[in-house]
Design a protein around this ligand. Structure first.
Ligand SMILES: Cc1cc2nc3c(=O)[nH]c(=O)nc-3n(C[C@H](O)[C@H](O)[C@H](O)COP(=O)(O)OP(=O)(O)OC[C@H]3O[C@@H](n4cnc5c(N)ncnc54)[C@H](O)[C@@H]3O)c2cc1C
Length: 380
């Protein structure tokens, strides 16, 4: 039964199936090895593009495969069937790096950056966070000074997904002192002199996704690489956050759903005291509560996506969905590890990996506390 038949049509279901098929064939057989190595092969980008799973949510006019927020969620759910959130996140860094370019409608930037990325030929990253500014975006200090036909950029960025491998960075820079109106987006190319990867960071989860600290030392960036108008960076990043937070809610739901399915399977197969774990009421009740939380989080996330598709203002509800889905992923994966017992603590089990991967969901893209600030302000 399609419980969400009021929201998901044939196009959604077919897309999810296509993405799952790709993930099961191209990612699942290597997921453990790539997670342990902390990387996945670059050719996966081209394979994903060829399979039509890379450009979901991007208009065909810029090289995407079309679709709205619910389609984007389907591609996340399908992709997660590869068993590595790290790979999904690595492939997906373009989903946060490219929208500012698409919204700018700048055909030169679209041809140079968006199209080749959606063809799987270039890797994109979004560089907003800095060592001294994460939640407080207006505290960004990376400076871009205008000198004739170029900007001179100095500063650093932290925790940048795909940062070590990216060919270019959609970078939030300070073009004047005004906390909000002084921010702009600049396209910084990795091969520009003065751009360096200071560190490749080791993380709790998302191992196959690379995360970097970057530095800019007198980098000369042509003014053609400005995205939109000078001073529109803060607005753009806030707009970008909406889809990023919805996507993170979707990762939370998918993480919890897979952990639930794994737990159900294990509870049927594993025997203790002469009967399967599912024969104990305590296990059945745990599974019942996990299933309820997964359905509630998924329902909220889909509903918010459907409203977003109608172009409604869902700033409060996106923040609610992100918090609720992240907490669901954290609690359900915790329970899943418990059901697996000692095996749940072993690297070879999927629930162990999912439990580590879930933790970031209440931090990245805006923390739990910042989401509550947004919700609280919208309720005033
Ligand atoms: C694996 C990973 C991948 C990431 N990928 C990217 C990326 O690709 N690009 C990018 O730009 N960034 C990325 N980030 C950065 C991420 O978005 C930030 O870590 C996040 O926004 C939080 O910022 P912070 O780490 O500086 O924490 P801080 O802002 O220093 O917050 C620390 C704590 O203080 C709390 N806090 C802060 N302000 C308030 C307040 N006003 N009220 C109440 N509590 C508050 C926070 O909730 C948190 O608990 C990534 C981070 C990680 C860990």
């Amino acid at each position: 039964m399609n419980f969400f038949s009021n929201l998901l049509d044939e196009t959604h279901l077919a897309l999810r199936e296509n993405c799952a098929r790709f993930a099961q064939k191209e990612i699942a057989p290597h997921a453990f090895e790539w997670e342990e190595a902390g990387i996945f092969p670059q050719e996966l980008y081209t394979k994903a593009a060829q399979a039509g799973v890379l450009g979901v949510g991007f208009p065909e006019a810029v090289g995407g495969v079309g679709g709205g927020p619910l389609h984007a969620i389907m591609s996340i759910e399908g992709g997660m069937r590869g068993g590595s959130t790290g790979v999904s996140i690595g492939l997906g860094s373009l989903a946060i790096a490219l929208p500012p370019l698409v919204h700018s409608k700048n055909t030169d930037l679209i041809e140079r950056f968006v199209r080749p990325t959606l063809e799987g030929k270039k890797i994109a990253a979004l560089a907003v966070t800095e060592p001294g500014a994460g939640s407080d975006v207006a505290g960004i200090r990376t400076r871009a000074e205008r000198h004739g036909d170029h900007y001179k950029v100095n500063g650093s960025k932290l925790f940048i997904t795909s940062g070590t491998r990216a060919d270019f960075l959609t970078t939030l820079v300070r073009t004047s002192d005004d906390p909000h109106a002084g921010l702009s987006f600049l396209m910084i190319e990795k091969n520009m002199p003065g751009v360096a990867v200071s560190r490749s960071l080791k993380k709790t989860g998302w191992w196959a996704s690379d995360t970097a600290e970057l530095s800019f030392n007198n980098v000369q960036v042509p003014i053609q690489n400005l995205v939109g108008k000078e001073g529109t960076g803060f607005q753009t990043v806030m707009l970008n956050f909406q889809m990023e937070r919805l996507a993170l809610a979707a990762y939370g739901c998918a993480t919890a759903q897979i952990a639930l399915e794994e737990s159900e399977r294990y509870a049927r197969e594993r025997k203790a005291f002469g009967k399967p774990l599912s024969g104990f009421q305590v296990t059945r009740h745990k599974l019942a509560e996990m299933g309820t939380r997964v359905l509630a989080a998924t329902t909220l996330t889909y509903q918010v996506a459907a409203r977003m598709e109608q172009k409604e203002n869902v700033m409060k509800e996106v923040a609610m969905a992100k918090n609720f889905a992240a907490e669901t992923a954290i609690s359900v994966t915790h329970d899943a590890v418990q059901i697996f017992g000692g095996m749940g603590y072993m690297r070879e089990t999927l629930v162990e990996r999912l439990s580590r991967d879930a933790r970031i969901l209440s931090i990245g893209g805006g923390t739990h506390e910042i989401m509550n600030e947004i919700i609280g302000k919208c309720m005033e």
